[in-house]
Design a protein around this ligand. Structure first.
Ligand SMILES: C[S@@+](CC[C@H](N)C(=O)[O-])C[C@H]1O[C@@H](n2cnc3c(N)ncnc32)[C@H](O)[C@@H]1O
Length: 284
């Protein structure tokens, strides 16, 4: 699901606003990844070689600050361009930016990557294509490599706040921030009607059509609708439950630990960091 037109639309919107997009990684998520990268550097006694899946400059910057060689890979030239103003590290001599498909990063030699990261990157790969990407990640990494994916997942456990009316009431009473409310609307509240369990997809176009309907029915106030609509888009995300996601990574790559970013944000059930270690090669 490369969705080049949609990412070009998103890139133009980012450039027009001049601000990082709402889908840029948050500080607590970056901290989890930064700390694990530093721990690997300490055990290797050298800066790890880092692969970033996506244009996401915040992830590339944290590697550059630790002296890593960074490969930053995205198939959208528009997204790579729109990410430039978010880059904070000036000296980028240790960075290689590649515009290609993550499933075939032929310029990266086998076994050379120590650490892989990505911000909702796997959410952009169709269910049936995930094994191809995992095989390419196995090729470029080596036993002991770490893969730290910030992923959006569907909560395993039901919660009253997963219902639209309850989430809206919690937001109006101040219990849910705008951003938390958005995450529930985008990924959880309409899951029953809109999630496609065969493809494992939830299409933002369908979610925002439902948001429009709620506005037309008078269920959303003008300001609430306007805020949600600033995040409007047509990205089709591949989503698994938290447990399914963990098992998928474990089965294809290696032991997978779930790390929750700090803070008490409600949506920790929806956004988590999945930390995988590539196991030793089987003997014989
Ligand atoms: C990683 S995600 C989310 C964006 C990220 N959170 C950020 O802050 O920039 C979206 C990016 O994935 C890229 N993408 C999707 N599928 C891809 C693929 N198969 N190969 C390379 N890039 C891909 C899109 O071009 C888009 O720029």
């Amino acid at each position: 699901m490369q969705q080049p037109d949609e990412w070009e639309f998103q890139a133009n919107r980012i450039l027009l606003s001049g601000k990082p997009p709402h889908f840029a990684p948050a500080k607590p998520e970056l901290l989890v990844i930064e700390q694990r990268l530093a721990a690997l550097a300490a055990s290797l006694q050298r800066p790890p070689v880092l692969l970033v899946l996506g244009a996401t400059p915040e992830l590339a910057d944290l590697g550059l600050r630790q002296g890593c060689h960074v490969y930053r890979v995205d198939c959208s030239p528009a997204m790579l361009k729109s990410a430039e103003f978010r880059q904070q590290v000036e000296d980028r001599r240790n960075e290689t930016v590649l515009c290609c498909d993550w499933r075939e990063i032929t310029t990266i030699p086998s076994g050379t990557i120590d650490f892989v990261t990505g911000d909702a990157s796997l959410n952009n790969i169709a269910h049936l294509d995930q094994p191809t990407l995992f095989a390419e990640l196995r090729r470029v990494t080596h036993p002991g490599s770490i893969l730290a994916f910030k992923q959006i997942v569907l909560p395993d456990q039901p919660d009253p706040l997963h219902q639209f009316d309850k989430a809206l009431a919690a937001h109006r009473s101040g219990r849910l921030s705008e951003s938390e409310f958005y995450k529930l609307i985008r990924y959880v509240c309409f899951r029953e009607e809109l999630y496609n369990p065969d493809e494992h997809t939830l299409d933002a176009a369908d979610v925002f059509a439902t948001v429009l309907k709620k506005r037309d029915e008078g269920a959303l106030r003008k300001a609430e609708f306007e805020f949600l609509y600033t995040r409007q888009g047509k990205v089709k995300h591949t989503l698994y439950t938290q447990t399914e996601q963990q098992h998928l990574l474990r089965d294809h790559l290696g032991p997978c630990e779930l790390v929750s970013p700090s803070g008490d944000c409600y949506y920790r059930d929806i956004v988590n960091v999945f930390m995988v270690t590539i196991p030793p090669d089987p003997i014989g």
